[in-house]
Design a protein around this ligand. Sequence first.
Ligand SMILES: *Cc1c(COP(=O)(O)O)cnc(C)c1O
Length: 386
Amino acid sequence: MTDYGFETRAIHAGQEPDPRTGAVVPAIYATSTYKQDGVGGLREGYEYSRSANPTRTALEECLASLEGGPAALAFASGLAAEDTLLRALTSPGDHVVIPDDAYGGTFRLFDKVETRWGLAYDAAAVADVDAVRAAIRPGSTKIVWVETPTNPLLGIADIAALAEVAHEAGALLVVDNTFASPYLQQPLALGADVVVHSTTKYAGGHSDVVGGALVVGDEALEEPLRFHQNAMGAVAGPFDAWLVLRGLKTLGIRMERHCDNAEAVVAFLQGRPEVAEVIYPGLVEHPGHAVAARQMRRFGGMVSFRMTAGEQAALGVVEHTELFTLAESLGGVESLIEHPGRMTHASAAGSPLEVPSDLIRVSVGIETGDDLVADLERAFERYARG
Ligand SMILES: *Cc1c(COP(=O)(O)O)cnc(C)c1O
């Protein structure tokens, strides 16, 4: 499979027509257990569905192929994947460096849960390689954790440079690749050790499933993660695995369209006096543009912008769109709009992760691009009229 292109692997990796019936699409193996041919006589290793399930195996093989790693593991959610990774690879007394604008749920996991079990963390601006280096505690830092682009300010981390910084300190580089998806960015090829996904977002792509995944760059990491996946049990169920597997088949063409539409939205916003600043890594004035251009195929479907007239204007606009649905989450075929300060990032208020109150974040979907631009234009006018 490795010789094939991305879209071919997205459709075929881990999946073959069923040898008995010829069914083209992998079955949803809704089974908890498997008949043994004599005690211990497992067929292809299947024993109990927490340990392994054929639908989940198909998804894991497909994800591994798309990220270019030897193995992937699928979980019940992105946070379940993160928790399993942390408990597998760190111990009480260890330290991790996390992004100072990490996904809110990731920050909460570190701050409210993992610290209770003895894991210490420091937050650093991952766009600043020196800041990350300075946050490392030699000897006790086991993981440098990076998101790129970040949420909601779309900061860009230099994956190759941070891999070097982490490895010099004897730490692993973990990259949350949820915002870019493996179609736009391949962190393992740039030196990352583990890729994290919330498959809820672009991988699933249809806002109909919650899931997560880990992809390892080094085979030696598979064994401890596999052990903890089974021992902790936060696995993806067969139907959820199937939905993500189906979503992945169209990831390439969806991402192209997400990027086309995001570029149209950015061009519209840049011409509007109501907008003080458009934040998109595809813009040459974005501070991470050069790095993003080096490590991403295109710049993604997420756009953030700040309203000239402040928080009330931001709240007004998010309540006056029709096609852009006012909702949290991202990465689905439908466009979403939100106010991070009051919604996804409300829990960061008063912390170093607080976001500007005049900020709007949109997840640009794959509808007709002109309709999306017109919807934003109408929302600006409706809000202005009150
Ligand atoms: C949504 C998200 C997560 C958490 O994933 P869940 O599937 O919601 O548990 C982690 N990282 C990023 C960047 C996300 O957007």
